[in-house]
Design a protein around this ligand. Structure first.
Ligand SMILES: NC(=O)C1=CN([C@@H]2O[C@H](COP(=O)(O)OP(=O)(O)OC[C@H]3O[C@@H](n4cnc5c(N)ncnc54)[C@H](OP(=O)(O)O)[C@@H]3O)[C@@H](O)[C@H]2O)C=CC1
Ligand SMILES: CC(C)CCC[C@@H](C)[C@H]1CC=C2C3=C(CC[C@@]21C)[C@@]1(C)CC[C@H](O)C(C)(C)[C@@H]1CC3
Length: 602
């Protein structure tokens, strides 16, 4: 019979279920039958762990001493900040300090607090978490039952806590920070391939540009039915115009200059792998205002915005070429990017996949952040300029004195969406696209070509296709957009405010589920209705936009269809990351809030 590697009473490092985090634990016993060790965490949580999930203390010591002394010399404010971070983010922050050696850089040293996953939901009221009353029927939807044995996974066995009465939510715990070390999987090589892996990325690379071209061709012709797709493809000549290319370059340059203007505040982004943070200037709204004045002045002085409508295809091919060249540049320059600068998602070693996903996380030329710029500026603001051009084109083509109500609604709704995005520009810095995804073809093409040319599908369609909306439909569509916007904004703002300060008095009514990382999950209100209420709100708005075009063709519903596919896929990606990050607490949340995006859909 094999001898157990660790003896009862020994202090070792045990992996927290569902994560790569290791905590200090004491071995209580070992079962020769199941080959599992029963271990106890500092706070009294008992778990059964496999041999492979336990490491001896020796391997952790060096990092422990270094990291602790570093954390002591840190200012209290910095320490406080680090405590509210997810393990992934914390790992980036502390993994390798610029002054440390290369060898140290390769070792991810994490600082985490020892906190168990409590078995109940807690209320956020009075600035402290309280245990949820057991007979609270009003909040049944968020009630969480005790974890049945072996439910989490075959590898971990969460036992009943020995002293349930002592169970306290994690934010109030004052446990000594312990140091854990990432497992060897946490190297910079991407092993979990997304988007169908190499083959998927290859097909998307070819397919996406063609899809946009087909959409534009169908949208722009009189009969937009899918069956009337022209047999003759447009000639290369008709797709290219040097003047249009020049205007597109000028637009990009103009937006780049605006983004560099020393107006607006400068904020820190999320901590990177090496502990540094990048600075970002937040001046998107100013850029929008100045752009609006510049375009308005141009029109006043005789510039013909109708030119955009008549050359829409050529504008698209220019944007396609620029985004492809930009992706090639990004791919080449990423050869010199250090390990710290590489994106977790785009470094598989497969050229096509990495080209598509992007190898470098935040490519910058001096202080100019190319990804942040592309995400929020040329495409989003360009979209509004395109919408205005379509509005003028509609009046011209359909001989109207004023734009149709459908066109006004689309312009108004989308203006609201873009202004909202720029108003909350800073929040983008915490999103998956900035924190996790590299900047490669997907985002370069997405930001510069996909956004301005597919998000405009309703206004481009309406320019040629009259849509007579009755008062009933106008009211219904406005209501739908308002409800969607309310859900979208409230959910996003609530989450952002909660992440910034979980004890925010305005959020005290919310029920939350504490997690082992020091962060909690909101589990009531909108976040207790579905797991991604912000996605739901976005979809409702997209539906409202498409409905303005009536029911004659499916083409103006393209954005809605894209958004649903994107968000369903995004939800799955986020779900995987959260499961990894939060382990059992995430499973609790999923049981408490079973619907993903749409109520009734698991
Ligand atoms: N129109 C378009 O093309 C697109 C629009 N969007 C919109 O952008 C917005 C932001 O989307 P996105 O960044 O993808 O996703 P979310 O804003 O939904 O962010 C997901 C993250 O939120 C945190 N979280 C999840 N559940 C909870 C909870 N219950 N309580 C507290 N925190 C939670 C987790 O991060 P952590 O715990 O680490 O904080 C999770 O990783 C959405 O409104 C979406 O509709 C997005 C993509 C495309
Ligand atoms: C080419 C592909 C099929 C998909 C490309 C996807 C990208 C275009 C989008 C992925 C997520 C996005 C978001 C915004 C723009 C579009 C992309 C980049 C966003 C910044 C727009 C402004 C919003 O207010 C937002 C909520 C901040 C958006 C966040 C996601």
């Amino acid at each position: 019979m094999p001898v157990a590697r660790f003896q009862a009473g020994e202090t070792v490092m045990g992996r927290w279920p569902g994560s790569n985090l290791y905590y200090e634990v004491k071995v209580l016993s070992h079962s020769p039958e199941s080959q599992l060790f029963t271990v106890i965490y500092k706070d009294g949580t008992e778990l059964e762990l496999k041999d492979a999930d336990i490491k001896s203390m020796t391997g952790f010591r060096q990092g422990s001493v270094r990291s602790r002394s570093r954390s002591r010399s840190r200012s209290p404010a910095r320490t406080r900040r680090s405590r509210s971070r997810s393990p992934a983010r914390t790992s980036r922050r502390s993994s390798s300090h610029t002054t440390e050696t290369r060898r140290d850089k390769r070792r991810d040293v994490l600082e985490v607090r020892l906190t168990p996953v409590p078995m109940s939901l807690v209320n956020n009221s009075n600035n402290e978490h309280e245990k949820k009353e057991e007979n609270d029927t009003a909040n049944k939807v968020v009630e969480v039952k005790e974890e049945p044995e072996n439910q989490a996974s075959g590898r971990y066995n969460l036992r009943r806590r020995r002293e349930q009465g002592e169970e306290r939510p994690l934010e109030l715990k004052d446990a000594e920070p312990v140091v854990s070390q990432a497992t060897p999987q946490q190297t910079s090589k991407t092993t979990d391939l997304e988007f169908g892996g190499r083959i998927g990325a290859f097909f998307l690379l070819l397919l996406l540009p063609v899809v946009v071209l087909a959409l534009l061709i169908l949208c722009g012709q009189k009969d937009s039915s899918l069956l009337s797709f022209p047999r003759m493809l447009p000639t290369l000549d008709s797709l290219w115009d040097w003047q249009v290319f020049g205007i597109t370059l000028l637009w990009l340059l103009f937006q780049a200059v605006l983004s560099l203007l020393p107006i607006g505040k400068v904020v820190n982004g999320m901590p990177l792998k090496n502990g540094n943070t990048l600075k970002y200037r937040i001046n998107g709204l100013y850029a929008l205002l100045i752009s609006a004045v510049a375009v308005g002045a141009g029109v006043y002085h005789g510039a013909d915005l109708g030119y955009i409508h008549t050359h829409f295809l050529q504008f698209y091919t220019s944007a396609l070429l620029i985004s492809t060249l930009l992706s090639i540049y990004l791919f080449v320059r990423s050869r010199w990017a250090s390990d710290d600068e590489r994106a977790p998602a785009g470094n598989s070693g497969f050229v096509i996949y990495d080209f598509f996903m992007g190898r470098e996380l935040n490519p910058r030329i001096k202080g100019f952040d190319i990804k942040f710029f592309c995400e929020m500026r040329p495409g989003l603001i360009g979209w509004l300029v395109f919408n205005s051009a379509m509005l003028l084109a509609e009046m011209k083509l359909q001989h109207l004195d004023t734009p149709s109500s459908a066109m006004l609604l689309v312009n108004g709704f989308q203006l609201l969406w873009v202004v909202d995005g720029l108003w909350h520009e800073e929040k983008l810095l915490t999103m998956m696209d900035i924190v996790h995804d590299g900047f490669g073809f997907m985002l370069a093409f997405g930001d510069l070509a996909w956004v301005p040319f597919t998000f405009t599908c309703q206004s481009y369609y309406l320019a040629r296709h009259p849509s007579d909306l009755s008062v009933f439909w106008i009211v219904a569509i406005i209501l739908l957009n308002a409800i969607g916007y309310y859900i979208f904004r409230k959910a996003n703002s609530q989450k952002f405010a909660f992440r910034r300060n979980p004890f925010d008095p305005t959020l005290s009514h919310l029920k939350t589920i504490p997690t082992a990382t020091g962060k909690s999950l909101i589990a009531s209100g909108l976040w207790g209705f579905v797991r991604h209420p912000n996605y739901l709100g976005d979809v409702l708005m997209a539906l409202a936009w498409s409905l303005t075009c009536g029911f004659n063709h499916v083409i103006p519903y393209f954005y809605l269809i894209y958004l649903i596919i994107l968000l369903v896929h995004r939800e799955a990606r986020d779900e995987r990351q959260c499961r990894k990050k939060y382990g059992l607490a995430w499973e609790q949340y999923c049981r408490a809030v079973p619907y993903r995006i749409f109520p009734g859909v698991y």
